[in-house]
Design a protein around this ligand. Structure first.
Ligand SMILES: CC(C)(COP(=O)(O)OP(=O)(O)OC[C@H]1O[C@@H](n2cnc3c(N)ncnc32)[C@H](O)[C@@H]1OP(=O)(O)O)[C@@H](O)C(=O)NCCC(=O)NCCS
Length: 156
């Protein structure tokens, strides 16, 4: 099986990642908001700058030297030692091959072992059963559900 690595996101890798990016319909609750992604250098620069903040670590999922997805540990609360995980693979060619599962497992380990977190939260909209399945496979437990979202949590 091919193995991925998590690297800290850089501006350069962010551009490389987003040049071949497609938004996935499964994260849109309201499909009227869905837009096909189109790359622009300026918007990726803006995005990278916006996400570069102290309560967030942006990782790029690397398959060899190729960026194939983005994983974030965000809303990092150092006092509570909790954060929230989000993930999105680059496009359909890299989904369903086990890479998302590998990336989440590595991110959970990093959050617990390197950041000293005691809990990680995640959520997925109800229709996103693939994401829910992967979260559960990695060890997240369903803690709550409302009309729109399922909320998950894993504790050290
Ligand atoms: C969700 C995501 C990160 C998962 O990564 P991935 O690399 O595609 O997932 P994997 O290949 O590691 O695992 C997919 C698993 O889901 C299962 N699966 C596939 N489609 C499914 C579906 N519609 N419902 C339930 N399970 C499904 C697969 O069988 C596999 O499980 P298995 O290993 O037990 O057989 C990726 O698909 C993605 O980026 N999706 C779009 C963005 C997104 O949904 N992000 C999460 C927002 S909460």
């Amino acid at each position: 099986m091919e193995t991925i690595e998590l690297k800290k996101m850089t501006r350069e890798l962010c551009h490389e990642l987003y040049k071949d990016w497609n938004n996935d319909e499964s994260i849109y609750m309201d499909m009227s908001l869905f837009k096909t992604f189109s790359y622009s250098e300026a918007s990726v620069n803006r995005y990278f700058d916006l996400k570069n903040e102290s309560s967030r670590i942006m990782f790029v999922i690397m398959l060899g030297d190729r960026p194939i997805g983005e994983l974030q540990l965000k809303q990092i609360d150092w006092e509570k030692a909790e954060c929230t995980l989000s993930i999105h693979m680059q496009n359909d060619t890299v989904k369903g091959k086990g890479f998302g599962t590998q990336a989440e497992l590595k991110a959970v380990k990093y959050a617990f072992d390197e950041l000293g977190m005691i809990a990680i939260n995640a959520d997925a909209i109800i229709k996103n059963t693939r994401s829910q399945h992967v979260l559960e496979k990695v060890g997240f437990k369903l803690v709550r559900e409302d009309g729109d979202f399922k909320y998950y949590r894993i504790e050290r």
